[in-house]
Ligand binder design. Structure first.
Ligand code: C2E
Ligand code: MG
Ligand code: MG
Length: 760
């Protein structure tokens, strides 16, 4: 069989011919092997590059470079091996066929690289690539041999021929299977695997060549003589080809390495960019958390301060006015306490929306400072704009809100400060708006107030008072108790005293509790103060007992804040024990709102106190917020009707009806009734007729110090018993006794403190 002039199956002639066997230069053979190995290394490296490259263009490029390196390596190996071949005939090579052999090698190499560039390769794909490489090597070899021109005829042994192809494919498969471990990464063994695979593939290429050469027999025609080995430049040429091939392949490897590094750099850069953008996002969410209120989505205090500072700089430089509106939702705590915090949160969201919808534009800044405190910053031209804005908000706030199945109307108190007249800095303006808000709350809430310098003076004074009160408590100086008698209408005797604190201030004189209880409550002094009153009152009760008033009871006021302290019951017990006073002689006065606060805890504490034997009374009844359902559950003994219901009697008929209803209700709940603030006989008469159990007020006596108490008590107790006098005849003044018998007009030793209005 003849292919490209090569005789494969044809047997060489048996006689009359000279059969030549060529030898090989070992150095050039080694050089050929080196080139084959380097070419193989480059191919495997490129296959790896193709697998890792991300861009299509670079995959294509490295596929071509890989194919070039393999084809170049095989071709150079073949060329050098042929130079190593020393035959006793002159040999020439035909260029077109030589180039064709290179083309064959290149095509097969490209097909192999194409197969190898799949991301996940299985055994069959490796086999396919191995077949391409093997065929590439073999085709290149045999086409290259066909380019050989000499007087001798080339005969091929078919067995060796087939074996050469099998070797080429087998070695390629082995090399590729070894190199399959390269795909998964880097590591210590990575270069080792690559070198081993390159050596195996290189060996495969060379083995195929020499098996092919072993299959070759050159036969000279009869009569022609073999040539003696002559001087040639094969070594030089082989070296040159090897160096050039190595240089080209080496530069391809370097380029691939540089590309890999570049890609890694790009990777790093992308990772850094991704990290940077993640960082940016994290920063933005932090910013959101740091500057926004999660519940209402309004900015928070920090965010507000930042914007406020910027606006202040702007207005300071360019001129213009700003207003800070400080808002506080009236009695918001009640919602939280009665309907729970979830309902409170819901309500805050609605109110935040109400506020937002009342401001004018995006320029106005609305913030939630926490709890039920909101703050608004607006730019304006005159102070009336701030007033209108505040009024608009107050009106909007009154829109009924449906919450937990209830319909409720909220109101708000607002304090306003203006830039530049009320302050130049954020802190100053906020503080002054807060002072104005305090004023709004103090004047009955649901109102607005502008800051004025008096407020500042008052605030400064309060600060001073707070310090002095702290000092007075610490040193036990200046604080004292005045006692006001509580008159039992049935027995006609004073059976109880209310302990009312006073403060003898070194500069301001005698201060009533209104001046300092609020300060004590706001500054954490109230527990200490109430405890002081409790101990002193028990002590004084002990003293009174020693002077013949064994039956007297004392009522002590208790701040709502104290009802949240679990230790209260222990403190009461301790005070009673130290003074040696029976618990039944002590009564604790608590206000309605205090009771309705945290009802479960309060109930527990009140039961503890009741268990001691101490009585409980609900003070200022009618001014606060209480539910009959709760009242029924509380372990109360007494209900004190607030002075505000009494003061206009007998003119206010509605008040009279209310008082009447309260008394009936209290009696239904088995509570005794004390009516506070009784100043006139008409009031006394009315209350007696309505069945009030006790009265307390200036009509009987103002609160007096302990030293002055006994004469006052004697004097009241010695007055004619009211039951002996018909209220009707008293009112008409027709009996022998007159109202002045009960409450004499002429000042007694202490009657100067009583207000007595005789009936005409
Ligand atoms: P309160 O417990 O309702 O005490 C009654 C207040 O009404 C007392 O005022 C008393 O002087 C006043 N008052 C009594 N009768 C009349 C009257 O006929 N006409 C008028 N106009 N007023 C009358 P005070 O002593 O100024 O006490 C005011 C409030 O301060 C008390 O109201 C009580 O809530 C609180 N308070 C007094 N002492 C203490 C205390 O030791 N601890 C606590 N936490 N609060 C106290
Ligand atoms: Mg009281
Ligand atoms: Mg009261």
């Amino acid at each position: 069989m003849e292919w490209l002039g090569l005789l494969f199956i044809t047997e060489p002639p048996r006689s009359g011919q000279v059969i030549l066997n060529g030898a090989h230069d070992p150095f050039l053979v080694f050089l050929a092997y080196l080139v084959a190995c380097v070419g193989s290394f480059a191919t495997l490296d490129m296959a790896e590059r193709v697998g890792h490259a991300e861009k299509i263009a670079s995959k294509r490029l490295w596929r071509w470079v890989g194919a070039g390196c393999l084809a170049g390596g095989i071709w150079a190996m073949h060329f050098i091996s042929m130079l190593a071949f020393q035959a006793p005939v002159e040999i020439h090579y035909q260029l077109p066929i030589t180039l064709l052999s290179l083309l064959f090698a290149l095509t097969a190499s490209w097909l192999a690289m194409h197969t190898l560039s799949h991301p996940d390769l299985n055994f069959w794909q490796y086999l396919r690539a191995a077949v391409w490489i093997g065929l590439g090597i073999a085709t290149m070899h045999y086409v290259g041999m066909a380019a050989m021109r000499s007087v001798a005829t080339a005969y091929y042994n078919p067995a060796w021929f087939v074996l050469s192809i099998v070797i080429a494919i087998g070695a390629s498969l082995a090399a590729l299977l070894i190199s399959s471990h390269l795909r998964d990464g880097t590591g210590l063994y990575h270069p080792l695997i690559k070198f081993t695979a390159s050596l195996v593939l290189g060996a495969g290429i060379v083995s195929m060549h020499f098996t092919g050469m072993a299959a070759l027999t050159l036969v000279l025609p009869t009569g022609s003589l073999p040539m003696l080995p002559a001087e040639n430049n094969h070594l030089q040429l082989g070296l040159t080809v090897a160096i050039m091939a190595l240089l080209i392949i080496g530069s391809c490897i370097s380029a691939a390495l540089a590309d890999k590094k570049l890609q890694n750099k790009e990777h790093d850069l992308r990772r850094v960019n991704a990290l940077l953008s993640q960082l940016d996002q994290a920063r933005m969410s932090l910013q959101q958390v740091a500057h926004y209120d999660a519940l209402t989505n309004l900015i928070n205090r920090r965010g507000f301060n930042q914007i406020f500072a910027e606006k202040l700089i702007e207005k300071t430089n360019e001129g213009g006015m700003l207003a800070v509106l400080f808002l506080d939702i009236d009695h918001f705590k009640r919602i939280n306490d009665s309907l729970g915090h979830d309902a409170g949160d819901e309500l805050l969201k609605v109110l935040a929306n109400h506020i937002k919808s009342s401001v004018r534009s995006h320029d106005d800044v609305v913030a939630r400072f926490g709890g039920d405190e909101f703050c608004i910053l607006i730019g304006l031209h005159d102070r009336e704009e701030a007033r209108h804005m505040a009024q608009r908000i107050m009106l909007k706030m009154k829109d009924p809100i449906e919450l937990s199945g209830r319909r409720m109307v909220m109101t708000t108190s607002i304090g306003i400060s203006l830039f530049p007249e009320d302050g130049k800095t954020c802190e100053e303006l906020l503080k002054n708006a807060d002072l104005a808000l305090y004023q709004s709350k103090g004047s009955g809430r649901n109102s607005l107030h502008f800051f004025s310098s008096n407020l500042r003076t008052r605030a400064t004074m309060e600060l001073q008072l707070e310090e002095e009160l702290r000092h007075a408590l610490r040193e036990d100086t200046g604080l004292m108790i005045h006692y006001q008698p509580i008159y039992d209408l049935k027995s006609g005797q004073v059976t109880k005293l209310e302990a009312l604190i006073r403060w003898q201030h070194p500069i301001h004189g005698l201060l009533t509790p209104e001046r300092f209880i609020g300060i004590a409550e706001a500054n954490g002094l109230i527990a200490e103060l109430d405890n002081w009153v409790l101990r002193k009152a028990c002590e004084d009760l002990g003293e009174l007992s020693r002077h013949g008033c064994e039956a007297l009871k004392i009522a002590v006021n208790c701040s709502p804040l104290n009802l949240a302290r679990e230790e209260l019951a222990d403190e009461i017990e301790y005070a009673l024990r130290v003074a040696g006073v029976a618990p039944e002689r002590l009564e604790l006065e608590v206000t309605e709102n205090a009771l309705m606060g945290n009802i479960a805890n309060t109930l527990m504490l009140l039961r503890q106190i009741r268990a001691l034997g101490v009585s409980l009374s609900i003070d200022d009844f009618g001014t606060g917020y209480s539910s009959l359902a709760y009242l029924k559950r509380l372990p109360l003994n007494t209900l004190k009707i607030d002075r505000s219901f009494i003061q206009d009697i007998p003119k206010a008929t509605q008040d009279m009806e209310i008082v009447q209803a309260i008394i009936v209700m209290a009696h239904t709940l088995h509570l005794q009734v004390v009516t506070e603030g009784v100043e006139t006989f008409e009031q006394y008469d009315f209350l007696e007729r309505q069945g009030s159990d006790f009265v307390q007020g200036y009509l009987l006596s103002r609160p007096v110090p302990l030293e002055e108490l006994r004469p006052v008590l004697n004097e009241i107790n010695q007055r004619k018993h009211p039951h002996t006098v018909s209220p009707l005849s008293l009112a008409r003044g027709t009996t022998a006794l007159t109202s002045t018998d009960l409450f004499p007009k002429s000042p007694g030793p202490h009657a100067g403190a009583s207000i007595v209005r005789p009936i005409h």
